[in-house]
Each structure stands twice: as structure tokens, then as C-alpha cells.
Design a protein around this ligand. Sequence first.
Ligand SMILES: *[C@@H]1O[C@H](CO)[C@@H](O)[C@H](O)[C@H]1NC(C)=O
Ligand SMILES: *[C@@H]1O[C@H](CO)[C@@H](O)[C@H](O)[C@H]1NC(C)=O
Ligand SMILES: *[C@@H]1O[C@H](CO)[C@@H](O)[C@H](O)[C@H]1NC(C)=O
Length: 344
Amino acid sequence: MSLSRAENPCFLLFLFVFQAVFILILYRGGPSHVFRGFLDTPQVLDYSKPHDVYTNLSLFTRAPNEEAKPYCSAQSPIFVGPLTITFRVLPSEKMIIRKNPFVQAGGTYRPPHCLPRYRSAILVAYRNQKKYLQHLLYYIHPFLQRQQLSYTIYLIQQVGNGTFNRAKLLNVGVREALKDEDWDCLLLHDVDLVPENDYNLYVCDEYYPKHMASAMDKFQYTLPYKSFFGGVSALTPEHYMKMNGFPNTYWGSGGENDDIATRIQLAGMKIVRTPPHLGRFRVMDYDKRMETQEPWRRPASRHNTRKTWKDDGMNSLEFKLLSRTKHPLYTNITVDIGYVPPFS
Ligand SMILES: *[C@@H]1O[C@H](CO)[C@@H](O)[C@H](O)[C@H]1NC(C)=O
Ligand SMILES: *[C@@H]1O[C@H](CO)[C@@H](O)[C@H](O)[C@H]1NC(C)=O
Ligand SMILES: *[C@@H]1O[C@H](CO)[C@@H](O)[C@H](O)[C@H]1NC(C)=O
């Protein structure tokens, strides 16, 4: 009786070897797939060898034929990975403008050399933090250009001396930014944070709100607590509206973040995060006395989010737009956000 194919030892051995090789390929391909091939180049994660954030940016020059511009490459050709960041010298506005010749009035940029695949609005809640702002602009403009994004930077400025309300300012920013353009992604960005790796893409996750600042130096590059959603996050306009935006009723910074994390859940979504080795951020804190630099702690919840989220947010947003001007490096939206409880 002759052996059938499946019982033939040689054939079994062949099958086994074939499978082993296949599994090996999958295994090797697996992790780098997760990071879209980033791990093929180990320098991407070598933070001991950072590069200047302006490295090779001058390679992006105006396409000779505006009509026949190609689409931007899926991965930027000038990525370097870890970036050199220092807050010792304050960059002047003039110098930032000179180093970013393709940024148009209002802090708007379109890649000169290709058609962007992605449009992101960067929204920064702001008040009286000029030095932080200058450091941020010096780094964030070239950072976004490295990623071949089409973007605008919005500064939403609260007037007066009342308690700062980051969440409400961001609601205002979203409403105003969407009047300009149908943005693919809304990046809600603290003024005192700078990303450390240009592979940390400022684009949204298709399905869920994405927390980008998953590893800040001041928290030893870990999350301060599990539901943390502060610093920098990326939501599509659909995500944002689905959760009725952020709460308007949190005064002082910190408390709103837990409410936001809860809203995401209540709206049937979950938080995804940039992996910590890419989601690294530097925090500026050379002047610890600056306001809004209250310590980050998990605040006691003062609101019952489950009850309030459907009535407190984008659908109840009221504010007075005082001015909207185009600074060479950002769009300045100045608002009176109404009743401000006194400092407690
Ligand atoms: C800058 O671009 C040049 C030319 O493409 C390339 O050879 C060089 O490696 C790039 N520099 C860095 C630091 O990536
Ligand atoms: C804000 O505070 C400053 C300094 O404490 C004070 O000089 C100014 O009058 C205040 N402005 C308002 C509108 O209350
Ligand atoms: C934004 O505009 C307001 C009103 O025009 C102005 O007072 C303020 O200085 C501007 N802020 C910045 C940071 O440019």
C-alpha cells in the first residue's frame, strides 16, 4: 500500500518548514506593520541621536507645474525621528517667520511640492503665554510641514482675568475652524507641549478619538493615570460632534479631561493612544509661576457627566467673538466666553 501524500514524511517535513518560514515572516512583518514600517529604521526611536526640526525642510520647494502636482508620498521623504528640543533660547517671531517661508497669513500651510492627503486644524487654548507660544510655533510649524500636512494653527484667546476655561475655548475653536474648511482632523493642543518625534503623525484615527501625548517628560514618559486625556488629542469633527464636544462648565484646567474621557465612552467610543515611544512630548516649564500651569492631578469629579453631557457642549455653546485676525504665524480668535466664576 502506498502512502498518501499527507502521510509522506518528506511532504510533512516540507509542510512544517514552509509553515515555520511563513510564521517567521508574519512575525517579523507584524510589529513593523503596526508602526507602518517605522521599525525598519532603528534610528526612528533612538532618542540619543536627535535631529534639528528644520532638517531638509528646504527640500520641499514649489512644484514647477502647479496643475500637475503629484500627491504627497504616503510617508514623508524627510522624516528623521527624534528631534532636538530646547527652551533655553527664546526664538523671535521674525526668525520663525523667516524659517517658514511657505506659511501664509493666519498660520496656514499647504505643501508647495505636492497635494496633501490630509488636512489638520491645530487648536490651542491660550491666554498670556507669549513665551510658550513662541517656542511652540518655532517647533510646530516645521514639525507639521515635515508630515506634508495641509494645516492652520488657531489660537483661541480668552480675554479678561477670570478663571481659564480650556474646554470651552476649544469648543469655540472647533466651531470657528470648521467655518474655514472641512478639516479631516482637529488637533487639540496645549500651548506648552512640543512633540519629540516626527513620526508621531498629527492625523486622526479613523474610528476613535486619539490621545497623542501618551508620554510626557514631566511624567517620566508614562501616563499619569489610566483615563488621562490631556495635553494633545486628535478627533475628527464627527468624533467631536458625536460626544457633543467638550464641557463648557469646567473652570480652571485639569477637571475637564476626565469629563471628556467619560463623554467619549458615553458616546459609544473609546480612546486610542499613540504608542509611548512615538507619543513623546517635552513640556515647557521654565517659569513655574505662569498661570494655567496648575499641577496635573486626577481631579475629583464635580459634575455628573452621565447626566450633563447631552446638554452641556457644542449644542449649548455661547460666546462673544471679539476679533478674528490673521497673524503671520496663526489665526488669532479672541473671545469673551461669558460668566467666569471668581477664583476659589
Ligand atoms: C537630507 O537629505 C539628503 C538628500 O536627500 C539626505 O542624503 C540626507 O541623509 C538627509 N539628512 C537627514 C538627516 O536625513
Ligand atoms: C487684570 O489683572 C491685572 C493685574 O492684576 C489688573 O491690572 C487689571 O486691571 C485686571 N483686568 C481686569 C479686566 O480685571
Ligand atoms: C490677538 O488679538 C487680540 C485682539 O486683536 C490682541 O489683543 C492680542 O494681543 C492678540 N494675541 C496674540 C497672541 O496675538
